[in-house]
Design a protein around this ligand. Structure first.
Ligand SMILES: [Zn+2]
Length: 484
């Protein structure tokens, strides 16, 4: 085919359309534009090159002009396999390009990133590279799986499935940091030590919105309602009047939130909140209405109970065609709650009715926060899933229930093959860790060993490596069966 570009206005053609036949936008040049022009176009007008793609999809874009103030109807550009159609609803007859269509072509020529929309189907390198991150490089119709988005003056390629995760080195590291438990920093025990009509209020800082915890002295009505005025109490004064260990921790826990400008979740704050919700003196707790930014008053607080939640977090893995979908739920007092439906209060609490449940571990908070943000859905392509399972899911299994719903129950012959039908054996592994000897109780099912404290469930085809330099004692008679 020659590179001669031809245009034939045909009678049945829409009067607003101009078609470049036998043409692909990737071959666009100044000469091509000039060939199809009727008159002179001034490209040096201010804002000439600042057309905005109002809509940009694979092989289609619609441009408008906000910057220059020149009259400009929306111009649509459609890339077909062998031609390009430009539509403009101005009154200029489309025997040649109208000035608006020409301006769109000049913009595409000048701003190479705009070209993405017309080159995706004809093998775009950028798309191919992005597809690898999502594990989709072998899929046939990439253009059906990705969308274009124009943001911050740039066209970016995004998967159509919002929750689909890329899983390359960088995101793997991010997800590991985000979802796996961090090595625990040691908490320094607080060093520092008669409630009358005392109440405790979980509130928020007037300007910074971070959690504040304050003690007040207040009178109550006959119905138990708090009455104004509320008189602030300094917990540090009470700290020195008690010798009770839990009370000392309670008051010093409150002081942690007095000058609190910290917006990040921290281990120190969690430990402080644990001491507070233990509430050794059974002081009534209240929660300040988050919509009220005024000072704490009787009318802006509601009674709540606060407890430390025994966190029972479940991730479910479902297989749907070529994708694995991971969703999470939290079991609170036997009730299963989807993570995106949870009401998080002050970063550390889940609120159900008038109960505040303290999530006492940072790693759980991170997992919950992550899935809330993702609308409780994380999707991976099947080619990326095994690696994700290895580096994220399996390590999480120590503390979170991971339900693999796509795994079918083993058949009788599979059970026998793996020795799961044999009697279970209880073992204790001893291992050395710095100055301590660690005892790890283990159940042996056939040829699979699972630590008793782990929430891990037995999976077929799991590769177990137990690399402890260990002695094995058999229970219950505890005779040594290994050697140093
Ligand atoms: Zn026009």
């Amino acid at each position: 085919m020659s590179d001669q570009v031809t245009a034939h206005p045909v009678s049945e053609q829409n009067p607003y359309d101009y078609i470049l036949k036998d043409f692909n936008l990737k071959n666009l040049s100044q000469i091509v534009i000039l060939k199809h022009l009727n008159g002179l176009i001034h490209t040096d007008v201010k804002g000439f090159y600042q057309l905005v793609p109002e809509q940009i999809e694979i092989d289609f874009a619609a441009f408008s002009d906000e910057a220059s103030g020149l009259p400009f109807p929306i111009v649509q550009v459609q890339q077909y396999p062998n031609s390009v159609k430009l539509s403009c609803r101005c009154s200029t007859p489309k025997y040649k390009l109208c000035e608006h269509q020409a301006r769109v072509l000049y913009n595409i020529l000048q701003r190479q990133d705009l070209l993405i929309f017309s080159t995706v189907t004809s093998g775009n390198k950028k798309l191919a590279k992005i597809a690898i991150d999502y594990g989709l490089e072998k899929e046939d119709n990439l253009d059906l799986l990705f969308n274009l988005r124009y943001e911050n003056d740039q066209v970016t390629i995004r998967p159509k499935m919002d929750a689909l995760q890329p899983f390359n080195k960088e995101t793997q590291q991010n997800l590991q940091e985000l979802l796996l438990p961090a090595s625990k920093p040691k908490i320094k025990a607080p060093v520092k030590n008669n409630p009358g009509k005392m109440i405790l209020v979980f509130g928020q800082h007037r300007y910074y919105n971070n959690l504040t915890v304050e003690l007040f002295e207040a009178q109550t009505t006959k119905n138990g309602k708090v009455k104004n005025p509320l008189k602030g109490i300094n917990p540090a004064d009470l700290l020195f009047k008690t010798n009770d260990n839990d009370e000392v921790k309670f008051y010093s826990g409150i002081t942690t939130f007095q000058q609190n400008y910290n917006n990040d979740q921290s281990e120190v704050e969690i430990e402080a909140l644990k001491a507070i919700v233990k509430n050794p003196q059974q002081i009534p707790f209240y929660l300040q209405d988050s919509k009220q930014s005024v000072a704490i008053q009787a009318s802006t607080i509601i009674a709540v109970n606060a407890h430390l939640l025994e966190v029972d977090l479940h991730l479910s893995v479902n297989q749907r065609d070529d994708y694995y979908e991971i969703t999470g739920r939290l079991i609170i007092e036997g009730k299963s709650c989807e993570l995106d439906n949870l009401v998080l209060v002050h970063q550390y609490f889940v609120k159900l009715n008038n109960q505040l449940y303290l999530i006492g571990r940072l790693d759980f908070l991170r997992v919950i926060g992550f899935f809330k943000k993702q609308s409780n859905k994380l999707i991976l392509h099947k080619t990326k899933y095994p690696e994700f399972q290895k580096v994220i899911l399996v390590p999480l299994e120590g503390s979170i229930h991971v339900d693999y719903s796509y795994l079918k129950p083993a058949t009788k012959s599979q059970i026998e093959e793996k020795g799961f039908d044999l009697e279970n054996e209880q073992l204790i592994y001893l291992s050395e860790s710095e100055d301590y000897i660690l005892l790890t109780p283990v159940m042996r099912y056939g040829n699979l060993e699972i630590p008793v404290l782990s929430k891990r469930k037995s999976r077929r085809r799991i590769n177990w490596v137990i690399s402890l330099p260990c002695i094995v004692m058999k229970m219950p008679n505890c005779s040594l069966s290994g050697t140093f």
